[in-house]
Write a protein that binds this ligand. Structure first.
Ligand SMILES: [Zn+2]
Length: 61
């Protein structure tokens, strides 16, 4: 996998459509802005539906 720290990647929950943007992070969940998807804890779950990271897919916005 080609990692590009400057890339603004987004990940979408395949269950409910919730979008996680790396540039914004998820401060309410304790995830700082700029946190790459790989650094999001494995036990993190979608705040909307509870889906796990496995249920997210990278999207280009
Ligand atoms: Zn979800």
């Amino acid at each position: 996998m080609n990692e590009n720290p400057s890339a603004n990647r987004s990940w979408m929950c395949l269950i409910c459509g919730f979008i996680y943007e790396e540039s914004k992070g998820m401060p309410d969940e304790g995830i700082a802005p700029g946190t790459s998807w790989e650094d999001v804890p494995m036990n993190w779950a979608c705040p909307e539906c509870g889906a796990r990271k496995d249920d997210f897919e990278m999207v280009a916005l």
